[in-house]
Design a protein around this ligand. Structure first.
Ligand code: GDP
Ligand code: MG
Ligand code: ZN
Length: 293
């Protein structure tokens, strides 16, 4: 007799192992069939149940979104079926603005909502300066939420309600503190899952889906230092800077790359205040970096 086929959602990704949760609360350690692994945390899959606790992933359902980055010219899947990106930065230590911009572009290209969480606002002496650094994003229309997760993360609950959110950031910004504040049992659960999937090998999960309530989920992934966008075209990157959309198509040259061409509508908008000059500078930096591809 062939193995029964079950349906479920990937709630943890660890190398080529995935934890799949079924609607009745069952958990299975699953491998994808074949060598190629194109499954992400949050994916809805079908799998053949090969033993009491194991399965082989057969199909991945069509995704509503796929949040991903490139590394070493390979696309790395981070989270599937997410509606919202939350980028965590902190008052201290200093954060990378390039990383913020790259994450926002990746989210926009998947039609996700995006917002920025400024953590450690209890460090009052430095908080104002950190908030000031985020002015370009506020001007572009992104919400910036101030919080001190070590004290309280409840300010996030209404923002996370009815959404599937992926939480990203450099390490040290307070992602784990946020998860633990929202989900006190998360640390224990993550350790158990690592053991289950790795059969005792010492390592951490790549991404983990937490359920906040019946219709809100939060996908947590390890700290990111780099966020490659090789999988996107220059056109995608341009579209990923939302506030540029009002000006695109208005440059003197139809094929304007918005670098130093005369009559560039974006350059003009940055001079007039319609676009924050730092966002245009960041766009140019990303295009130059990714164009060497
Ligand atoms: N002052 C302050 N420190 C915090 C806050 N949130 C996290 N931290 C500290 O920042 C450090 C990194 O936090 P962690 O959650 O491990 O960051 P992660 O690497 O993003 O998971 C730890 O020492 C935390 O105690 C906060 O709201 N205020
Ligand atoms: Mg952490
Ligand atoms: Zn232009």
């Amino acid at each position: 007799m062939s193995d029964p086929i079950l349906a479920g959602q990937v709630t943890a990704a660890y190398g080529r192992h995935y934890l799949v949760e079924t609607a009745d609360g069952g958990h299975y350690a699953c491998f994808p069939r074949g060598k190629k692994s194109d499954v992400a945390c949050g994916d809805r899959v079908t799998f053949a149940k090969t033993s009491e606790e194991q399965g082989v992933i057969e199909t991945v359902e069509q995704r509503t979104s796929l949040f991903s980055r490139s590394a070493a010219h390979r696309q790395k899947l981070i989270a599937a079926n997410v509606s919202q990106l939350a980028v965590v930065v902190a008052v201290e230590p200093s954060f990378s603005e390039e990383l913020i911009n790259r994450c926002l572009v990746a989210a926009e290209c998947q039609n996700m909502r995006a917002l920025i969480l400024l953590n450690k606002c209890d460090l009052k002496a430095a908080a104002a300066a950190a908030l000031e650094r985020l002015a370009p994003y506020t001007q572009a229309g992104y919400r910036v939420i101030e919080l001190a997760a070590l004290e309280d993360a409840d300010v996030l609950r209404p923002i996370l309600a009815h959404q599937s959110t992926v939480l990203v950031g450099q390490s040290g910004m307070g992602k784990s503190t946020i998860i633990n504040a929202l989900l006190p049992d998360a640390r224990v659960a993550t350790r158990e899952i690592s053991l289950f999937l790795a059969s005792g090998r010492h390592t951490t999960t790549q991404a983990r889906l937490h359920r906040l309530d019946a219709d809100s989920t939060l996908i947590d992934c390890p700290g990111l230092q780099e966020f490659g966008l090789h999988h996107l075209s220059p056109q995608d990157i341009e579209d990923g800077f939302v506030e540029f959309r009002d000006y695109l198509g208005k440059c003197r040259f139809q094929n304007c790359r918005h670098m130093s061409e005369p009559g560039c509508a974006l350059t003009q908008a940055a001079a007039d205040g319609g676009i924050h000059p730092q966002r245009l500078e960041m766009f140019r930096r990303i295009i130059r970096a990714e164009d060497g591809r």
